[in-house]
Ligand binder design. Structure first.
Ligand SMILES: C[S@@+](CC[C@H](N)C(=O)[O-])C[C@H]1O[C@@H](n2cnc3c(N)ncnc32)[C@H](O)[C@@H]1O
Length: 274
């Protein structure tokens, strides 16, 4: 088992992934990146040299590696007060000017955030009027998101969050249970397009009225956060909204003066300048 990794080895790994596979982790926050690499060596019982060899010689290993490297922790209605603000302030604000609109979930992980949004929109009676784009770098986690299937034993927290969100019904009304798993109603996702997209290397692919990128930039250093926030600014229509995670900020970034704070507590910003 590897006990520690020096900076030179971390650099070798990031350079190799970049040159061979086109994923750029060079500006990810060093401490969490290092923890994840150590975790992979432990899980797969590999030394650093054998990990580098595997990455060099087995291209098929890259998706499994990325799945372990990225932090996919997520919940339905994570931070329930955020979802109440979405329902009571932000989406009504968008509806003042648009009957139909687009939402981009950037870094959607296994899809709990997208299911939450779909339920919220359904309860507002506007699910059919909204196009959702759910993207992530990690293809394995995207497959999970598409299946909308989760372990029943993990639903307690989601149910509690839904109650705190003050949803209209019960979360159980949206899924059926089979063999220890819950499968959400596929109709919730009829307007959702799932696609692989890398926030670091990828181009902007659409203009949106609302972008949710929560608990993703926390793994980036400030330089990368700045670059990604520029992309979000470009991807938003004027007067569109950007929602970030509770521990994230855009106060110091280059595009900060092009946004207004829409809700300070819940970290929601409104684009006011192109
Ligand atoms: C902690 S999860 C956040 C999930 C959800 N947004 C939430 O707040 O619950 C972070 C997700 O960001 C994704 N991610 C990390 N780097 C990315 C990148 N460069 N491009 C797109 N997604 C990325 C990871 O694969 C992971 O699924």
């Amino acid at each position: 088992m590897v006990q520690d990794i020096d900076i030179a080895d971390l650099k070798r790994i990031t350079e190799l992934i970049y040159s061979k596979y086109g994923y750029d982790f060079r500006n990810y926050a060093m401490s969490s990146f290092k923890r994840r690499i150590l975790r992979i060596t432990e899980l797969k019982n590999l030394s650093i040299e054998s990990l580098i060899k595997k990455l060099t010689e087995s291209p098929a290993f890259i998706n499994e590696f990325l799945d372990e490297l990225t932090v996919n922790v997520t919940e339905m209605f994570r931070d329930p007060s955020f979802w109440r603000v979405m329902r009571d302030e932000i989406i009504p604000g968008i509806l003042l000017n648009h009957k139909t609109f687009n939402i981009w979930h950037a870094g959607c992980s296994s899809g709990e955030e997208v299911i939450s949004m779909a339920i919220l929109l359904k309860e507002m009676g506007i699910l059919n009027d909204v196009s959702l784009y759910a993207t992530d770098l990690d293809v394995n986690i995207l497959e999970k998101a598409k299946s909308a299937t989760y372990y029943a034993k993990n639903m307690d927290l989601n149910e509690k969050n839904y109650i705190r969100f003050e949803g209209k019904y019960s979360l159980r009304d949206y899924y059926k249970e089979e063999n220890g798993k819950v499968i959400f109603d596929k109709n919730l996702l009829v307007n959702t397009t799932f696609r692989k997209h890398d926030l670091v290397m990828g181009e902007i692919f659409n203009k949106c009225d609302l972008i949710l990128c929560r608990n993703v930039m926390i793994y980036f250093n400030q330089t990368l956060q700045n670059e990604v926030l520029k992309k979000f600014h470009e991807s938003l229509f004027k007067y569109g909204y950007l929602a970030i995670g509770s521990k994230e900020s855009l106060i110091w970034c280059d595009v900060a003066n092009r946004f207004l704070v829409a809700n300070n507590e819940e970290k929601v910003y409104k684009k006011i300048k192109d």
